[in-house]
Design a protein around this ligand. Structure first.
Ligand SMILES: [Zn+2]
Ligand SMILES: [Zn+2]
Ligand SMILES: [Zn+2]
Length: 284
């Protein structure tokens, strides 16, 4: 089983998980068989839950066969191997985000639950088939603690109009952070101060639209999603970070923890804001 260790000089938590090196890699392994495609269910560990459709399924949840930490689940977003959020139907999206939320709540007793999604090899996905992952842990990540102090109570920055709010739609906002830390970074969050991820239907549509616009208009091929919500016992304003991966981190980023953006942020805001509203409304 993987084990968490913390380096005393840098304070960085590291999961020591040697079994991960055995995981399958689509596009690299010869004779790769997708464990997430219908018909190959026996290739995953026994199912935690499924949203059934006739004999088949629309969404499946299974333990990760190669866990980063002992509680590591994989949510197989769709039976379709080449789907992505922006190609799923509205009904499917709503159902999917409901599963995400239900799985997070199932681990409410843990200190922190991270839901994340890797799409594309450049974002660390080893399998193309669309899937989302959840890791529950007994420490609160540093970045979440930092955010918690800025997203608490009366002084909550997200409530106070942080960044550029490019769209408000059905109780949610699409916000470009005050300082983007990755190219084309965008957040989606509720307008109201909510500590726990509790998505209502327009959320799925917004998410699919943001992904669709970034892929269609900005040339994004790989991206991560990171859901930040309240650690146990903390206040928070939950938000989903959409993190395009246009390049790798190199020596400067590793040596300083700083980041580099290759365009003027106001240019992105202008262009993105001009497209996203029409895209959301036009999505069927
Ligand atoms: Zn597949
Ligand atoms: Zn707030
Ligand atoms: Zn965050």
């Amino acid at each position: 089983m993987p084990e968490l260790k913390r380096d005393p000089i840098r304070g960085i938590w590291v999961s020591v998980a040697p079994a991960r090196k055995g995981r399958p890699h689509e596009g690299r392994d010869r004779g790769f068989v997708c464990p997430f495609c219908p018909g190959n269910e026996a290739l995953t560990p026994p199912e935690i839950e499924r949203v059934a459709e006739g004999e088949g399924w629309r969404v499946r949840v299974v333990p990760n066969k190669y866990p980063i930490l002992p509680t590591h689940e994989v949510i197989i977003d769709s039976p379709e191997h080449n789907a992505d959020l922006n190609t799923l139907t509205e009904g499917h999206l709503n159902l999917l985000v409901e599963v995400w939320s239900r799985r997070i709540k199932a681990h409410r007793d843990r200190k922190y639950v991270l839901l994340f999604r890797n799409y594309g090899h450049g974002a660390g996905a080893s399998i193309v088939h669309p899937h989302t992952q959840l890791v529950a842990m007994d420490v609160v990540p540093e970045v979440v603690l930092k955010e918690a102090s800025a997203l608490t109570g009366e002084g909550c920055l997200l409530c106070g109009g942080y960044g550029v709010r490019v769209l408000e739609y059905g109780g949610y906002a699409v916000t470009v952070p005050e300082v983007q830390t990755l190219p084309y970074e965008v957040w989606i969050h509720p307008l109201r101060h909510e500590r726990e991820f509790n998505p209502q239907p327009p959320f799925g549509r917004l998410l699919a639209s943001v992904v669709g616009v970034l892929k269609g208009e900005f040339g994004v091929r790989d991206y991560n999603l990171v859901l930040h919500q309240a650690p146990k016992g903390y206040d928070y304003h939950w938000h989903l970070e959409v993190l395009p991966r246009m390049g790798r981190f190199a020596g400067f980023e590793l040596g300083t923890g700083m980041r580099v953006i290759h365009y003027p942020p106001q240019e992105f805001v202008g262009r993105f804001a001009g497209i996203i509203a029409t895209y959301v409304k036009g999505r069927t």
